[in-house]
Design a protein around this ligand. Structure first.
Ligand code: ADP
Ligand code: MG
Length: 350
């Protein structure tokens, strides 16, 4: 196999896990990130620190690598598009532009006749006053939000008086779904109708941040089939290459809704490292570097627990794991409230 150098934009834990997967395939990784403390620098072969608008540094990065991918959405479209003129950027920059904008993303999903929550565009505070029908709801910033950041639960119009919302930014207002469950589908698309799909993953959030994931998801066969079909239709329509995650809601009447799409590997798929023959990370690297696809096989049922903020401390201080448990420390420099610091995967019936 010729030497391949994979460029990854973003240096968080997803970048680290992509680098580890690439190494296993003898692929070198170069990470480009605007955070000088990015933890993925401890896992990749080369690390370039630079802003996402820094032409000279980006030029250096592009020259070094053969393929380019990214581990988070919030990268300027112009940057990805410029890079794509010289080296293939996968998934395509236009896909990232669509998905990083909550309104465009939801319009796109609905055009495929796939159900999302009810939503409406909000440009000023007054817009909400006429929309009682959407309450209780969640106001979400249209771009740059993640892990519940830029989101405001709104039960009644008067709540707006107490929330400090910056209306110079654009938002969408989403009707609150009475959740029974949340699930996600992680899949990797290699080309036309050429997929590997992981089993639906059941997710639990705390404070709008993922806390726990498990396979198998305890859901109906109808929703297993429907979620797989919908995720596949979305990936096919986008002509997506790489690993993609679709997050879903299931309400108390068993209705399925797409919540959002992540054009990248996803936190809920971390358990695939230990529970499958090929992880979501390895599959992503294989797809974007045009390597061979391997048929997926589940090795074990599993659950994953995110270690958020101080929850990492006892594991760092005194690590005691059972044989079926795996601990991942993202090696982030500082412990912060609500920051994902690591995770534990536990294989069940292994
Ligand atoms: P992020 O981009 O931060 O992941 P999400 O839109 O996925 O934002 O919201 C994070 C979490 O907040 C969801 O996984 C869910 O638990 C809750 N949530 C978001 N929107 C709704 C909604 N319309 N109804 C019910 N719960 C919601
Ligand atoms: Mg989400």
């Amino acid at each position: 196999m010729p030497d391949i150098n994979l460029g990854i934009i973003g240096g968080g834990q997803l970048g680290s896990m992509l680098s580890v997967a690439a190494k296993k395939l003898n692929i070198k990784t170069t990470i480009y990130c605007d955070d000088v403390d990015a933890p993925a620098q401890y896992f990749c072969d080369d690390f370039i620190f630079g802003q996402y608008e820094d032409k000279d540094k980006i030029d250096k990065f592009v020259k070094k690598v053969d393929f380019i991918t990214y581990e988070f959405e919030n990268i300027p479209f112009k940057t990805l598009n410029e890079m794509n003129k010289f080296k293939p950027v996968l998934p395509k920059p236009s896909i990232n532009r669509l998905i990083q904008h909550r309104l465009a993303e939801k319009d796109f999903i609905n055009k495929l006749n796939i159900r999302t929550t009810r939503y409406v565009s909000i440009e000023k505070k007054n817009d909400i006053e006429a929309l009682k029908d959407f309450l209780p709801g969640i106001l979400k910033i249209t771009t740059m939000g993640y892990d519940g950041k830029g989101q405001f639960p709104i039960n009644k119009i008067e709540d707006l008086d107490f929330l400090n919302i910056d209306f110079s930014k654009k938002y969408i207002l989403e009707k609150l779904v009475k959740l029974k469950k949340e699930i996600s589908i992680v899949l990797t698309r290699f080309g036309n109708n050429n997929y590997e799909i992981y089993d639906p993953i059941e997710n639990t959030h705390e404070d709008q941040i993922l806390k726990h994931s498990k396979i198998p998801a305890n859901i109906s066969q109808t929703n297993i089939n429907k979620s797989r079909d919908w995720a596949k239709s979305i990936a096919e329509e986008l002509k997506y290459i790489g690993t993609l995650c679709v997050e879903f809601f299931i309400d108390r009447n068993e209705n399925l809704y797409v919540n959002e799409i992540a054009p990248r590997v996803h936190n809920s798929g971390h358990l695939t490292i230990n529970a499958y023959n090929v992880s979501q990370f390895e599959n992503h690297v294989r797809a974007v570097c045009s390597l061979k696809k391997i048929t997926l096989k589940k090795v074990s049922d599993a659950e994953m627990i995110n270690l958020i903020g101080n929850q990492i401390k006892p594991y760092r201080e005194n690590l005691r794991l059972n044989e079926n448990e795996y601990f991942f420390d993202y090696l982030k420099k500082e412990i912060k409230d609500k920051r994902k610091m690591g995770h534990i995967t536990r294989l069940i019936n292994a």
